[in-house]
Design a protein around this ligand. Structure first.
Ligand code: AQP
Length: 343
């Protein structure tokens, strides 16, 4: 099948798009090291669209006022982490109604069994999250998020690779059935991108909604609490500090966090910890994390002090996003056979 190239501004920097759900007051260090630091690097040479996925967040029942607050806090964390609203389009998913509209079209292209095979749905329901239909169709809305913007690349963590595959399948299916209209995106799994595991259950990924409070390192947490959580991280009964994910998941996770933040390689860290114990490793990891987080928290306090400015940033990002999304939906509506509304 022919792969469509971006119909809009073909000479422009390649477009990338990524989002995060406002499912907590704070992002965690997995969101930061696995996604946000890459977003910041990528905005230099890409046409970057970054959004707060508030429609996705509705799959987790939340108090409406809390959801509104978390939406502002999430966009503030993007900016505190280094995303520049002058260079990147920052917006809120629900401010562009075309996401829900294209999401419906994607639902109608997806088989029931295909949706049920998605590992995130299986993992979350296995952990007891109530299985509303929104959780089941989450990947179809995610496909719509991506396809609306003629996205060339999607920078996501390893954990989201399967959702990107179904997005590519759905775009291809749409183009085959209705004629070329959607760009098939490529995954952009950044080399060496960290997957951070839960401190208490280092075989599961750290997650805003799936981890216990002690399993998390939250970016907005009190530094003393961060250090306490790291001190009580689950390790193993040996004493050797060695990177070995299969047999020493907890120690390997701490080494990854240290290495990604300090810039020291895993080999260097292993050498520097020869003859030292897990207590030393945990103390050093806590110091490295707290040093990285302190300036972030200072910037967050400034940003949250001016919610009107955050709203202005979201309004200007949404205006740009709507321009692209609306033109995609004109093509999609025409292809699938929806009658244009008389004006
Ligand atoms: N543990 C992780 N390590 C590395 N990257 C991670 N990401 C999430 N957890 C880790 C990346 O962060 C981005 C934000 O994803 P999201 O907010 O849409 O939801 P998620 O991927 O499902 O992340 P969470 O924290 O587990 O949220 P909840 O609990 O709400 O589902 C993505 O790019 C993801 O790869």
């Amino acid at each position: 099948m022919t792969r469509m190239s971006a119909p809009e501004t073909p000479q422009a920097a390649p477009r990338i798009l990524s989002g995060m759900q406002p499912t907590s007051d704070s992002l965690h260090i997995g969101n930061y090291l696995g996604a946000l630091v890459n977003w910041v690097k990528l905005q230099d040479d890409h046409d970057a669209f970054y959004f707060v996925a508030d429609l996705h967040a509705l799959t987790v029942p939340t108090d409406p006022e809390v959801l509104r607050e978390r939406t502002r806090k999430t966009v503030a964390q993007f900016i505190a982490g280094g995303v520049d609203p002058q260079r990147s389009s920052l917006f809120c998913q629900s401010h562009v109604p075309e996401h829900a509209e294209l999401g419906w079209v994607m639902n109608c292209l997806t088989g029931d069994g295909e949706a049920r095979r998605m590992t995130q749905f299986k993992d979350k329901t296995a952990k007891g999250q109530s299985a509303n239909v929104g959780l089941l169709t989450y990947p179809m809305l995610m496909a719509a998020d991506i396809l609306l913007y003629d996205t060339a690349f999607v920078p996501v963590g390893e954990d989201q690779r399967q959702h990107l595959e179904i997005t590519r399948d759905l775009a291809g299916r749409f183009n085959t059935r209705f004629g070329e209209a959607l760009v098939v995106p490529e995954p952009y799994i950044v080399k060496g991108s960290a997957k951070i595991m839960d401190l208490q259950d280092p075989t599961s990924k750290m997650s805003k909604t799936g981890s216990s409070p002690k399993g998390l390192i939250d970016l907005m947490q009190d530094p003393a609490k961060i250090a306490k959580n790291i001190r009580s991280a689950v390790t193993d009964t040996e004493a050797e500090i060695r990177y070995d994910v299969a047999n020493k998941a907890g120690v390997s996770n701490l080494l990854i966090i240290h290495s990604t933040l300090s810039g020291q390689s895993i080999d260097e860290l292993e050498s520097s910890f020869v003859g030292r114990g897990y207590g030393d490793l945990k103390k050093e990891v806590a110091d490295v994390v707290v040093a990285a987080i302190e300036p972030f928290q200072v910037r967050m306090a400034e940003l949250l002090d001016d919610p009107a400015e955050l709203d202005r940033i979201l309004a200007s990002g949404a205006e740009r996003a709507r321009g692209v999304a609306q033109s995609t939906m004109v093509r999609v509506r025409e292809r699938v056979g929806l009658l244009p509304a008389a004006r």
